[in-house]
Design a protein around this ligand. Structure first.
Ligand SMILES: [Zn+2]
Length: 411
């Protein structure tokens, strides 16, 4: 009798644990899971390196977006059937002065080093990838490939020759600007200054082509996107952008430029960033509370305990002043619109995780199989789905590096 009661209690506990732990990630059909696992699945913009030096946070541990706000770690990459992706060296735009340029360069070098340190700490799970073949080889060993990318070329402003140094550190995709204009290019969210690329920006693009680095005009103005497509010798990747025809935001690309991008072999990776997908009416109370929360934690590296406290405070503000949330249906609208416009060879996905991304139903790297399920239901083949998840970007990387090699051989 006693033994039966104990057994029942144990079964109940196990059932409870199984329910609480989201192992396996989002629930999809076995067919969708099989198609997803067969593809090389990558995300083109992860801001997770911002967490690599956080005391108490390790990429090998399981975290939850609801608890500490983080969206990418090894257990959730496995849940999400994710083979790897581009880990960003992101630098916020600061003063365009000698001192600002020097500080940005140092900041970015530290961030790039932290990515290498993360991989060095987990040699059995992660490996740096420099080529598309590397990605395929690493995924074949059931390890996760780590490409480096740069978001905002500001760290190169003081010395564009630094692109070669960051290339040597593994950087294979570079975004020109971020929220504000810089010495290279106009931002999508600033007033025109150069009317596209500056002369220095054009020189940077030529250097990317020479080295075999993918140009990424996400965050750049339409004029920059247009000029980069026009001038680049290799196809262009928008690492995290949406469709402006679906939702009007300067961070989303208009149809004519998506057509032009695709005609030159480029790819747009559909972003899952709430504010670029749904209208958010102003709410002064919420904005004031959020600004105060930001100020409270600004200017220093948070510990994991502080990040958990900050996330709880954020949830409390949002419970009082809810914010409209985009969802998986919205993400599919952007994706399917671009497929209708230019076909499956020129589109992919990016969560902008740990960089402000995430929507309902697509809120961490564990949620990616949900899109595979939707695409299968919409009658896309497993070959189409494999192109969308990684094949398209890896094709662009091959073309980019083949061009650089051919130039070198010619010279
Ligand atoms: Zn971004």
């Amino acid at each position: 009798m006693k033994r039966t009661a104990l057994f029942c209690a144990a079964v109940a506990l196990i059932a409870q644990a199984a329910q609480a732990q989201p192992v396996g990630g989002v629930k999809v059909s076995p067919q969708a899971r099989a198609v997803h696992e067969a593809a090389i699945v990558l995300d083109t913009h992860m801001d997770t390196p911002a967490l690599f030096a956080r005391p108490g946070w390790d990429i090998a541990d399981r975290h939850a977006v609801e608890t500490d706000g983080s969206q990418v770690d090894l257990p959730r990459m496995i849940d999400g059937g994710v083979d790897g992706g581009f880990f960003a060296v992101f630098t916020p735009q600061g003063p365009r002065t000698k001192a600002g340029d020097d500080a940005a360069r140092a900041y970015a070098l530290v961030r790039a080093t932290e990515i290498h340190e993360m991989v060095a700490r987990h040699p059995g799970q992660f490996e740096i990838a420099l080529t598309a073949d590397d990605a395929q080889r690493i995924a074949g060993k059931h390890k996760h490939f780590v490409f480096l990318s740069m978001e905002n070329a500001y760290p190169l402003a003081g010395d564009p020759g630094m692109l070669q140094a960051f290339y040597a550190l593994g950087v294979r995709m570079v975004g020109f600007a971020h929220f504000a204009n810089n010495d290279f290019a106009d931002s999508a969210t600033d007033k025109p200054e150069w009317n596209g690329l500056s002369p220095k920006g054009r020189a940077l693009l030529a250097e990317m082509n020479r080295l075999g680095v993918i140009p990424d005009p996400s965050h750049s103005s339409d004029a920059v996107l247009d000029q980069v497509i026009e001038l680049s010798k290799t196809p262009v990747v928008l690492s995290h952008s949406g469709s402006r025809a679906v939702f009007d935001s300067p961070r989303n690309a208009p149809d004519d430029l998506i057509r032009k991008l695709a005609a030159r072999g480029g790819v747009i990776q559909i972003n899952a960033y709430n504010a670029y997908m749904t209208a958010i009416p102003p709410n002064p109370d919420r904005e004031k509370a959020m600004a105060a929360l930001q100020a409270k934690y600004r200017g220093r590296r948070l510990t994991e305990a502080e990040a958990i406290a900050q996330t709880a405070e954020r949830h409390a503000i949002l419970a009082q002043h809810p914010i409209p949330r985009a969802n998986l249906d919205d993400l599919m609208k952007h994706l399917l619109h671009v497929i209708d416009l230019v076909g499956v060879d020129h589109v992919g996905l990016c969560g902008d995780f740990d960089g402000g991304g995430g929507i309902d139903g697509y809120n961490s790297i564990a949620d990616l199989p949900a899109v595979t399920e939707r695409l299968l239901k919409a009658s896309y083949s497993k070959e189409d789905i494999a192109k969308i998840w990684g094949g398209n970007v890896l094709r662009v990387m091959r073309e980019t590096q083949a061009y650089a090699q051919a130039q070198k051989a010619g010279a």
